[in-house]
Design a protein around this ligand. Structure first.
Ligand SMILES: [Ca+2]
Ligand SMILES: [Ca+2]
Length: 487
């Protein structure tokens, strides 16, 4: 694959495609053939292949419970039945990448049950039936993995004589090894020098791969560095550098970079010829420690032009940002459904607190707020609807909502809901004799009843699935984003 000979290293932010997205329900007859085999006991503390950890109900046999959970999770190819320290039992669904004996964790023993398949070394795609190679064995980077796979995902490569899980992304004819990924704030990046040296997080969620590995990945030269960014309005930018090199530990990972191109502006060249600093290791040229002042471990000088390891937040000081791309627009992603991983059939209190009606109220209290919906169906077609005015009143009115001023190409399904308080399955404030939130599985500003089902079931077919009435009468939607901004 000559096209892949140019090695690239990528830094990726926000939204990357799920390894295997669940577009279609598998036919039942396929599921009925799936059985499990106990393949041994593991001492398991590496969670990078764990899809879900579930406490089993005491009323049910644990093995049966776990195997059923695994069968209905199409990413699952096996599970571990674990006796945890303290005596409790859990099952961990895994994607089937059997790692064998890993780091010992005191008092924890798991029995591994592998889903029987002919896919021994790979990850079985239970939708297509194909066996995708996971193993980057023998490879020291994703450019090598590219010779046997074009499937984006987590591969186990070998660096420094030991296996290392990395996320590989193949696009535009290049293989990218992801060295940093921040997309939901789930991993704390305010870490020590040693943590930045050895890496943290997991490649399938958020991660810093580790300075010692970045050194090894760039040691051979000929490495391109690429940054990809997305703001809270889903706008994207990138910055690419044709040359990037990180020296060894003895130089505190001295970094050289050059050859900018892109549309995000050049904020990285300032950092050329710098050693790495963290909150507990000041190698910068300023009097203080920039990593502390700006909460940003990096190749700092005096001080910085980017804050990529700073706090993960949509507003505030010292949040993740890139100097040469303007401050984020005053926008927040207040709802984002793209893979069905979160259950939206929730109580009124959950919508109030966890999902944020009280915050939506505060965000819209000052008036002058634009509401925008962005949709994508299961064929990757996109539509949007925008409302020039959106306001949500306080808790005492049950979050009475007013909306007007439609524009867009998805049709106007929201104006129907103007002047409605919020209802959920356990709180009926609608004008219907029943509770529309129960009838249609849709918490919303319902009246009698609704024209949107954005909190309904996440599925590609069936009744009461996530949809928007004026786009083909509730065509099942794969992605819904609900965004606020100032005009
Ligand atoms: Ca200093
Ligand atoms: Ca009612």
């Amino acid at each position: 694959m000559e096209l892949l000979s140019g090695r690239k290293i990528s830094t990726v932010f926000l939204k990357f495609s799920i390894l295997f997205s669940l577009k279609f329900a598998a036919p039942l007859r396929l599921l009925s053939k799936e059985t499990f085999t106990h393949t041994g006991n593991h001492f398991y503390s590496n969670s990078s292949h764990v899809l879900e950890e579930i406490s089993a109900p005491t009323s049910e046999h644990l093995t049966g419970f776990c195997s059923r959970k695994c069968i209905y999770n199409l990413q699952c190819n096996g599970f571990e039945l674990c006796s945890l320290a303290g005596g409790s039992e859990k099952c961990r669904l895994t994607n089937g990448a059997d790692k064998g004996s890993l780091t010992f964790q005191t008092g924890e023993i798991c029995r591994y049950y592998h889903m029987d398949s002919d896919c021994v070394d790979g990850i079985k795609d239970r939708i297509s039936g194909s066996c995708n190679p996971i193993s980057g064995q023998g490879c020291s980077g994703c450019d090598c993995v590219a010779s046997s796979s074009s499937v984006n995902g987590v591969y186990s490569i070998t660096l420094d004589g030991a296996p290392l899980d990395v996320q590989c992304i193949f696009k535009d004819g290049f293989a990218y090894t992801v060295i940093m990924d921040r997309n939901d704030g789930s991993v704390d990046f305010y870490r020590t020098y040693a943590e930045y040296e050895n890496g943290f997080g997991t490649p399938s969620t958020e991660t810093w791969i580790g300075n010692k590995y970045i050194h090894l990945l760039t040691a051979a030269g000929n490495t391109v560095l690429r940054f990809e960014f997305e703001d809270y309005m889903a706008a994207t930018r990138y910055a690419e550098y044709s040359s990037f090199h990180v020296d060894s530990a003895s130089t505190n990972y001295f970094m050289t970079v050059s050859g900018y191109s892109g549309d995000a502006g050049d904020s990285m060249s300032y950092h050329n010829n710098a050693s790495f600093s963290a909150k507990d290791a000041d190698h910068d040229t300023s009097a203080g420690n920039c990593a502390v002042t700006f909460l940003t471990a990096w190749w700092n000088l005096s001080c910085l032009r980017l804050k990529l390891t700073a706090s993960y937040a949509s507003s505030g000081t010292n949040v993740m940002g890139w100097h040469s791309w303007d401050n984020y627009k005053p926008l927040k992603v207040i709802m984002d459904r793209n893979d069905g991983s979160v259950d939206f059939y929730r109580t009124y209190a959950e919508y109030e607190n966890g999902f944020g009606n009280k915050y939506i109220h505060l965000l819209t209290a000052a008036g002058n707020t634009v509401l925008r919906f962005e949709f994508e169906d299961y064929m990757a077609a996109t539509r949007y609807a925008e409302y020039s005015s959106f306001h949500v009143d306080s808790a005492s009115t049950n979050y009475l909502m007013t909306v007007s001023g439609y524009s867009g190409d998805a049709g106007d399904s929201m104006s129907y809901h103007n002047n409605a308080p919020f209802s959920a399955k356990d709180a009926d404030h609608d004008t219907n004799s029943d509770n529309c939130a129960v009838t249609y599985l849709t918490a919303w500003w319902n009246l009698s009843c609704l024209r949107t089902k954005l909190t309904a079931t996440y599925a590609s077919s069936g009744t009461n699935v996530m949809g928007w009435y004026t786009w083909d009468s509730y065509k099942p939607l794969k992605v819904v984003k609900m965004l606020l901004r100032k005009p």
